[in-house]
Structure formats: C-alpha cells, structure tokens
Design a protein around this ligand. Structure first.
Ligand code: CA2
Length: 147
C-alpha cells in the first residue's frame, strides 16, 4: 500500500454545514471526509483527513506530509490569502499539491483573489462545493507516484 493522501483543512471549516449554507452548502466537514475516503478507497488510496483553526498545526501537518504522504489536498481557507509561513512549509514538499476551495474565490471579494498556496500548487479545484474535494483526490491519485 502506498502512503496516504493528506487532506488538510484550514480555519473555520469545522463550521461547514452549520453557518453560511448559502455560500458553503449544507454538508458538514464529516460529510466531506466520507466523500474523500470513499473516492480515495475506490482508487486504491488511504487518506489522513484533518482540520485546524491554528496556522502552526497546518504547518506541522504539511511538514509531516513531506515524508508521510503521497500527495496533499489542501483547503487553506483564510490562511491561503495571508500565510507566507504556510507557503514556506509547502515549498518543502515534492509531492502533488492540489489546492481546493468549496467556493470560487475569484468570483468573490478581491481580497480572496490571491492565494499564496497557488504559487506552489500543482493545480487548483474551486467552485464545485464538496464534490471539488473528490475531484482533488482524483487529481492527486492520477499524479501520485506508484509504490
Ligand atoms: O471556498 C473555500 O473553500 C474557502 O477556502 C473558504 C474560506 C475562505 O476564506 C476562502 O476564501 C475560500 C472560509 C472558510 C470558512 O468556512 C466556513 C464554513 C461555514 C461557515 C462559516 C465559515
């Protein structure tokens, strides 16, 4: 079995399905985890699925992904727009990185139009809601090195 795909989620995504359903929909983060797990399993991969509201946790997990993961799906949430520290951690990876957003940040406020993560992402999936995570998993599975 190859290394798992890390699926990391940034601040406030624990509120998914609880607040702002008009933007982010009604599914919870647990629903998203189940989608990711079943799509990855169907493609022969395991996942490690995590969320934190703390920048340092996300950086620690990105660093762990360097040796423990075959690919990374990252919804950095607000930190994507602000965190050079997260960008620096991502630069240490040589595995596929797929940036994933539920909404389409380009269609929203101008402060969401730039993400530092995009500078190092292999690709970006956005605007498809929770289904975008499955597309991101598929992309990583297609790109990840076979064991
Ligand atoms: O569309 C996305 O996935 C975002 O990464 C979500 C971030 C936002 O800052 C990005 O620009 C785009 C916000 C995550 C907050 O998630 C919530 C979910 C439900 C209720 C409240 C916040």
């Amino acid at each position: 079995m190859s290394k798992p795909i890390f699926v990391l989620n940034g601040p406030n995504l624990n509120l998914l399905g609880v607040r702002e359903p008009h933007i982010y929909g009604h599914e919870t983060l647990e629903d998203v985890r189940v989608r990711c797990e079943s799509r990855a399993r169907a493609l022969g991969h395991d996942i490690v699925f995590r969320q934190s509201n703390h920048e340092g946790d996300l950086i620690d997990w990105v660093q762990a992904a360097r040796t423990e993961a075959c690919g990374l799906v990252l919804n950095p949430a607000g930190y994507g727009h602000t965190s050079i520290a997260l960008l620096d951690a991502l630069k240490s990876l040589d595995i596929p990185i797929v940036e994933c957003h539920l909404s389409n940040p380009a269609a929203r406020e101008s402060f969401r139009h730039h993400t530092y993560v995009s500078l190092v992402a292999t690709g970006v999936v956005c605007g498809f809601g929770p289904a975008g995570y499955e597309l991101a998993i598929e992309a990583v599975c297609g790109l990840a090195a076979k064991p």
